[in-house]
Design a protein around this ligand. Structure first.
Ligand code: UD1
Ligand code: UDP
Length: 370
């Protein structure tokens, strides 16, 4: 019997922890599946890519497309050109993309145009904000995908409303939680707190990279002014995304940031170190998609610096709250947490560490044992 050939696509930081558990689960079933890992190279710095392969125990990708950075059109087009060559050479039976980055949409488009079925992992999330490049990637990927693997029931509703056939939708749970469950013990042993000289709960953890927050001088100034105030009460640990550090430098804000003595700027950290930093934080201030989910799983208060979220379950069930981009709002919401007004939550259904095995079971049912 010929094995069922699958490509798993990764490109940017939030893809690695989504595909690692799935890669391992398909490998366990290698009697049936021939699985390849394709890395587009959208993220390429060691700290945005290689660290994750090491921490998550993933082998080197089977194909590395080295696309690098560029405008949306340049990046998407280059991924499409390079991945099409791989597809024509390898002709897999199925391609799985995850999340909402440019690599997700570019590779899905390539595959469907060659009549290769596509699964979208983390389908159906919607912020209803088309100014976010990710929203365009989500909408476009979902409409061309054959299987829509959703992390929460609200996603089903969105897809139904867009006219997607119910039979294509499968509630498999949140794959990011599989990685947490698999790596939590190792993460607890990380010595990142000692390395940066901070103590448990004595700091707030910050990440920022959304263009809406960091691509203009005004937005960055609003945020940095808030940091100045909050840092009077608690240490701030800020692993800085490459987009953000470049903008801080471009807008001449480096000195202002450095003058805040209780604000610790560090390079992006690996997966295990970041998990340890999350688990021990007093609270998290972020605009990341994945961190909203991870903080809900850890039940750590999270302030999401955005007008909306495609992950509302982290608010209705979890420890997440939205915060507007004003200095007053950021200071006020942080102050509430520091005064003990803490929003706690519960773990949403099927965020249980078993999503990868549910997906492989689905593939066995649909394509192998049918
Ligand atoms: C991308 C995703 C975003 C995701 C984020 C996760 C899109 C449209 N955006 O945003 O959804 O939340 O990744 O981190 O796909 N750079 C480096 N080194 C790298 C990678 C990037 O220096 O390894 C710099 C480059 O100057 C680049 C900029 O960061 O132009 C932005 O990178 P890009 O991949 O275009 O978007 P992100 O902001 O990282
Ligand atoms: N992350 C990390 N190190 C960091 C910042 C984030 O390991 O310095 C992890 C985080 O735990 C989560 C993922 O990166 O698993 C989220 O990626 P990111 O915020 O870049 O993208 P988004 O989820 O917003 O698309």
């Amino acid at each position: 019997m010929q094995k069922f050939k699958i490509h798993l696509i990764v490109g940017a930081r939030p893809n690695f922890m989504k595909m690692a558990p799935l890669y391992k689960e398909f490998k366990k079933n290698s009697k049936y599946f021939d699985v390849k890992l394709i890395h587009t190279g959208q993220h390429y710095d060691e700290k945005m890519s290689k660290f994750f392969f090491d921490d998550l125990g993933m082998p080197k990708p089977d194909e590395y497309l080295q696309v690098g950075s560029g405008s949306h059109a340049q990046q998407t087009a280059l991924i499409m050109q390079k991945y099409e060559e791989v597809l024509l050479k390898d002709m897999p039976n199925h391609v799985i993309v995850c999340g909402d980055v440019n690599s997700t949409l570019a590779c899905a488009l390539d595959a469907v145009k060659l009549h290769i079925p596509v699964s979208h992992l983390e389908a159906g999330l919607r912020s209803f904000d088309k100014k976010m490049p990710e929203e365009i990637n989500r909408l476009a990927t979902d409409v061309i995908s054959d299987l829509l693997l959703i992390p929460s029931e609200d996603a089903r509703e969105h897809l139904r409303n867009e006219g997607i056939d119910e039979n294509k939708i499968h509630f498999v749970g949140n794959i990011m939680i599989d990685s947490i469950v698999q790596h939590k013990d190792k993460a607890l042993k990380s010595n990142i707190l000692e390395q940066i000289y901070v103590k448990d709960s004595a700091y707030a953890l910050i990440t920022l990279h959304r263009p809406s927050n960091v691509d203009d001088l005004n937005g960055l100034n609003i945020i940095i002014d808030a940091f100045e105030e909050i840092a009077k009460k608690i240490k701030l640990v800020f692993p800085v995304h490459p987009r953000t550090i470049k903008n801080i430098e471009k807008f001449g804000l480096k000195d202002k940031v450095k003058s805040i003595s209780n604000l610790l700027l560090i390079d992006p950290v690996g997966y295990l170190d970041f998990m340890k930093l999350q688990m021990n934080a007093s609270f998290i201030l972020t605009d990341s998609g994945g961190i909203q989910e991870e903080s809900t799983f850890f039940n750590i208060p999270c302030l999401t610096l955005r007008e909306n979220t495609e992950r509302p379950i982290t608010i209705t069930m979890g420890s997440n709250q939205l915060v507007k981009l004003t200095t007053q709002d950021i200071i006020f919401k942080s102050g509430e947490i520091l005064e003990g007004k803490i929003k706690t939550g519960q773990i949403p259904p099927l965020w249980d560490g078993k999503t990868a095995s549910r997906i492989v079971d689905l593939f066995l049912d649909k394509f192998i044992l049918k």
